[in-house]
Structures are given as C-alpha cells and as structure tokens.
Design a protein around this ligand. Structure first.
Ligand code: FAD
Length: 259
C-alpha cells in the first residue's frame, strides 16, 4: 500500500504578521509541521505498523526550506519525501495549491492508494486543500476523520466526526482522507530516526517536473485573491441582567427588546 501524506509548514505562533500583499509574513518565524498533519503522519505510521508492506511518502509545497519538515517526518518513521517548490508557484490560492499537489502526487508517487491530509492548516485554515487535491486526482474524499478502523479488500472504514456524534463510513481505495485531532498522540522521533533523516535525499520538484503549465499554477492559476486581511474587532459583550426569578427575567428581556 502506498500512502502520500501532505504536510504543511506553518508558523509556530498565534501572532501572525501580514505582508503588504495580504499574505503571511513567514520570515523570522519558527516553523513547525501543521499540528493536524502530525495526526495524518501518525495515522499513516499506524497502518505501517499493522501492514508491513506500507510505503509512506511525505510531501510539501513551499519554499526550499520546507525540506526541514520532510526530514522531521522521516525522523518519526516515514519512508521518504519531497518538496514541491518553484518561484512560479508563488501566490497560489487553495485551488492552485490543490492542483499542484495532486499533479506532483500523480507524477512522483507510483500507484498511490491513500492520500492523507490534515483537516485544516493553522495559518490559512480554509480546509480546502484536501478537497482540491481529491477533485484533481478524481478520488473520493472523507473529511473530519477521527480514526481509520480497518483496511480490508481495498475498502477503508473510518470514523468521521459530525455535528452530533460520529459516523462510520467505508470508501474504496484510492481515496483522500482529511484527519482531525485523533485520540492517539503523534509519536516522537528516536535517535536512529534523526540519523536516517539527516542522511535522506529529499528531491525538490519544480513546474517542469509535475506536468502542469505556468498558467495552471501560482498567481496565474488562482481564481481567487486576498483583497483584505484583518483581525476582527473584539465586540463588547451585551447587557447583563440579574433577574430575581423567571418572570422578572422575561420582563427585563422584553423591556430591552422594546427599547
Ligand atoms: P488547509 O486547506 O486548511 O489545509 C488542509 C491540509 O491540506 C493541511 O493540513 C495539509 O495536509 C494540506 N496542505 C495545505 N497546504 C499544503 C502545502 N502547501 N503542502 C502540503 N500540504 C498542504 N501562501 C503562500 O505561502 N504564499 C503566497 O503567495 C500565497 N498566496 C495566496 C494567495 C491567495 C489568493 C490565497 C487564497 C492564498 C494564498 N496563499 C499563499 C495561501 C495558500 O494558498 C494556502 O496556504 C494553501 O493553499 C493551503 O491552504 P490553507 O492554509 O487554508 O490549508
């Protein structure tokens, strides 16, 4: 079974700063693997523990330095990985990002059975990239996945979170799953893992390696743009009533509503 795990490098801070083009100012920030992607990696590793024939490839689209998160993924047990990087990918919205990642998966991973993503990235937070990858690969998708319950005869059974509980769903492979925070913790790297990761060859693929045209990627391939980015104003909390009983509460609310 061949598994691709999409990992995104995100700033390790809640204090996001913006460039004049309304994109995130990434220079000078410590970077980490998007926390939801750590659960996607752990879920893939659990399958590798169960079925010895599993091969896991981690991939990221980002600047060349994003190689660091592929090494971190290898340190915890992923087999290999690559970075999708090219100046022509700059300014990509989620549609162009999904198209680019899907093209790289098609070109660079043979016979992929399962693509795992995080549900959200903590910086962009659109939750659109997984669905965009599935559309471009023409694979079915299940979002909000809490756990993989079984993989049998090319059918994967998962537990999906819904508003009022859980659903159990089955899907035929190949498929895309977007992982939530799971009930298990992502494992930590061991010394041997660090050594393997340090020695690993991490290929970098640009536009000419993934079979797309310049018009399909980056700013040119993006149907949306960020017109404004702002921190929402904190609203004052409303009036607080301290009623003596239920009738008093109703009267006070009616008085307030009637002005
Ligand atoms: P989500 O959709 O919330 O992420 C869900 C999951 O998808 C992640 O957990 C991960 O598994 C996977 N995933 C998401 N992104 C990646 C990735 N890059 N590599 C591997 N897996 C991934 N960003 C820039 O850095 N530079 C820009 O110039 C830029 N310009 C933009 C312009 C526009 C108009 C817009 C809308 C966005 C732009 N972005 C830019 C942001 C970029 O499009 C998003 O960061 C990216 O598409 C992922 O979306 P998200 O952060 O909402 O991730």
């Amino acid at each position: 079974m061949n598994i691709a795990v999409c990992v995104k490098q995100v700033p390790d801070t809640a204090d996001i700063k913006w460039t004049e083009n309304n994109t995130i100012q990434r220079e000078g920030l410590e970077s980490i693997i998007n926390p939801f992607d750590m659960y996607a990696l752990e879920t893939a590793l659990k399958l590798k523990d169960e079925f010895k024939s599993v091969n896991i490839t981690a991939l990221t689209m980002g600047p060349p330095q994003a190689e660091e998160i592929i090494r971190k993924s290898i340190a915890i047990g992923i087999n290999d990985g690559f970075v999708i990087t090219d100046k022509k990918f700059a300014g990509a919205d989620t549609a162009a990002t999904g198209r680019t990642i899907a093209a790289a998966i098609k070109e660079k991973i043979k016979n992929v059975d399962l693509v795992l993503c995080g549900q959200f990235a903590t910086d962009g937070d659109t939750a659109q990239t997984g669905p965009a990858i599935s559309v471009n690969l023409n694979y079915p998708i299940i979002t909000y996945v809490k756990e993989i319950l079984s993989v049998k005869n090319n059918i994967i059974t998962v537990k999906k979170e819904v508003e009022d509980g859980m659903e159990i769903l089955k899907v035929k492979l190949p498929a895309v799953l977007c992982m939530l925070k799971c009930d298990y913790e992502p494992r930590r790297p061991l010394i041997d893992g660090f050594k393997t990761a340090q020695k690993a060859d991490i290929p970098k693929y640009g536009l000419e390696d993934i079979g797309l045209d310049a018009e399909q990627v980056g700013f040119k391939g993006s149907p949306t743009y960020v017109s404004k980015a702002f921190r929402p104003e904190q609203k004052q909390c409303g009036d607080i009533f301290e009623p003596t009983n239920t009738d008093d509460a109703i009267n006070k609310i009616l008085e307030a509503l009637n002005g």
